[in-house]
Design a protein around this ligand. Structure first.
Ligand code: AMP
Length: 181
């Protein structure tokens, strides 16, 4: 990705200080999504390394991962699998607990959403501590899927999430980084 494109993408993200609580710099991608050029370029750039390879499914994490993941699935001609907070999916689910800043939460996926050996790319808007993505990868591996990569528009490198996911043996692609939390 060119430095110009990275600069334009970064400029299209809106930062809201102290949301949802004091000390958090919320990186709001609705402004990126609302800009036709930024949205298209972000999707194109995220999947670029896997453009020629066979991808069976894209798994998106609720809720912003649905928007980006849906667009990526269309781009690579794959199916789409939603990973949601506990209690939202209607059919039989597999569940995984994952670490939050304080405590834990549970994410779920339909048990029949993927079959053993399918190649999947995991997508979310942003990786911070990596707890959510780690839980999602465990969930995908639990049903025997091969997690080919994890893609995020934004990295918060100080929180170490991308390194945590790489240590699980999953290549990570991010497009832009922001300092701090
Ligand atoms: P983590 O599990 O710590 O990697 O957190 C990642 C999830 O929390 C993603 O679904 C993000 O959308 C959300 N998130 C965490 N920190 C921020 C932030 N500073 N701005 C916007 N979203 C965030």
């Amino acid at each position: 990705m060119t430095p110009e494109l990275a600069h334009d993408l970064k400029a299209s993200v809106r930062t809201i200080p102290d949301y949802p609580k004091p000390g958090i710099m919320f990186r709001d991608i609705t402004t990126l999504l609302g800009d036709p050029r930024s949205f298209r370029r972000a999707v194109d750039e995220l999947v670029q390394p896997w453009a020629g390879s066979k991808i069976d499914k894209v798994a998106g994490i609720e809720a912003r991962g649905f928007i980006i993941g849906g667009a990526i699935a269309h781009q690579v001609s794959s199916g789409f699998v939603p990973i949601r907070k506990k209690g939202k999916l209607p059919h039989t689910c597999v569940s995984m607990s994952y670490a939050l800043e304080y405590g834990t939460d549970i994410i779920e996926m339909h048990a029949d959403a993927l079959v053993r050996g399918e190649r999947v790319i995991l997508v979310d808007d942003l990786i911070a501590t990596g707890g959510t993505a780690e839980g999602a990868i465990k969930l995908l591996r639990q049903v025997g899927a091969e997690v080919v990569a994890a893609c995020f528009i934004i990295d918060l490198p100080e929180l170490g999430g991308a390194d945590k996911i790489r240590a699980m043996g999953v290549p990570v692609r991010t497009l832009i980084g922001f300092e701090g939390h």
